[in-house]
Design a protein around this ligand. Structure first.
Ligand code: MN
Length: 376
């Protein structure tokens, strides 16, 4: 019995040290000491809000309780520190950027952007948000760039706002937060949005939001698996796959789509999507429209898609994506204020990749794809 007890104590201390090692190497926690500032950092998925958007969330809270994003915002609205950070671009944000060594935030209206209310409210909120964003950039031209909002609820007016935001306000690209009223952008009625985006050569960042209510109910586990722990990736990865399969990239070969969170797991799935699509005609993957894509699904991912590192400070994942997509299709992002700036900056500065490639990922690709002004 004594021996057993000693063995038990030995094995439990071994377990304890294994747990300690595991904790040090856990995804997101850099085991190495902070490597310090090394690269110019342009962060490309950085959220802001404006009082008019907060007002919309408050209104929706009264009317749309079935929507998981409304339910989530009812919680966020009560978090004073988070709301303060979303609404600030002139004070704390800049000092956090300085502390982390982050040069530029490419700002975007926080998810789900303008996509909760009716078409008129959404369209006018997009206009206000884009005007406000242009003013923020004007106040801090070396620290901010911005992605314009548009309201998919009214594709024709969205197309006009896209043109105004890029040509008149000189914003740097576009953002949309996945589905709108459970509709996805592969629906032909949204084509005016892609026509407008490609006409002004603006990349569209597809940012997550929660899946529509019927799908979101299956995310309720012991911990609700909505939002960033799982549901966002499921929703946004699905959106990307719908676009690929719809043939939209055959119609708009120059369309650029950006996905956050290391590509929402899409780059991990290339072999399987190609293999199954090649067998599409034969069985359960038969095309409803009879359309046949001109290229393999993975070809569109490699050519039309760009991914960012937002909220995924994991070097193993970065190395994998670098291997699959190459250095020209990956952009640095933090996901401020939802994730930590110092940790994300350290992750990038210590990236285990050739320096020339990290220069592209840290800032060069953002300067190219979002036309962010280079340093100096
Ligand atoms: Mn985000």
């Amino acid at each position: 019995m004594t021996m057993d007890r000693r063995k038990f104590l030995e094995s439990s201390s071994a377990l304890l040290s294994a747990a300690a090692l595991g904790a040090a190497a856990a995804p997101g926690a850099d085991a190495a000491p902070a490597p310090g500032r090394k690269y110019r950092l342009v962060a490309t998925e950085e959220a802001f809000s404006i009082p008019e958007q907060v007002e919309v969330f408050q209104q929706c809270k009264k009317t749309l309780w079935h929507d998981p994003d409304v339910e989530q915002w009812a919680i966020f609205l009560g978090q004073a520190a988070l709301m303060g950070r979303l609404l600030d671009v002139d004070h704390e944000r800049l000092s956090i950027m300085d502390k982390a060594g982050v040069d530029v935030h490419v700002l975007s209206l926080t998810s789900p952007g303008v996509q909760l209310p009716d078409a008129d409210t959404a369209t006018s909120l997009a206009t206000i948000a884009n005007d406000r964003l242009a003013e923020m950039i004007q106040r801090h031209p070396t620290r901010y760039a911005g992605l314009a909002s548009f309201a998919p609820q009214d594709p024709a007016r969205a197309a006009k706002e896209i043109d105004r935001a890029i040509n008149k306000l000189k914003l740097n690209g576009l953002i949309v937060n996945s589905h709108t009223n459970a509709e996805y952008l592969d629906d032909r009625k949204f084509w005016p949005i892609f026509e407008a985006a490609t006409a002004v050569d603006a990349a569209i960042y597809i940012h997550p939001r929660n899946p529509p209510a019927p799908a979101a109910q299956y995310l309720k586990a012991d911990v609700n698996l909505w939002a960033a722990i799982w549901g966002y990736q499921q929703e946004t990865g699905l959106h990307a796959m719908r676009l690929i399969i719809s043939g939209i990239f055959d119609e708009f070969p120059k369309l650029k789509i950006v996905l956050g969170h290391a590509g929402e797991a899409v780059p991990y799935w290339l072999y399987r999507m190609d293999y199954m699509y090649a067998n599409a005609a034969a069985g359960i993957y038969k095309s409803v429209s009879g359309r046949k894509l001109k290229r393999k699904p993975s070809d569109y991912v490699k050519d039309n898609f760009y991914i960012t590192t937002s909220g995924m400070n994991d070097h193993a994942v970065l190395r994998y994506n670098h291997g699959v997509l190459g250095p020209d299709h990956i952009l640095f992002a933090i996901d401020y204020p939802y994730q930590e700036s110092v940790e994300a900056a350290n992750f990038m500065n210590a990236a285990p990749l050739p320096e020339a490639d990290v220069e592209k990922i840290a800032h060069g690709n953002a300067e190219k794809i979002f036309r962010v002004k280079p340093a100096g």
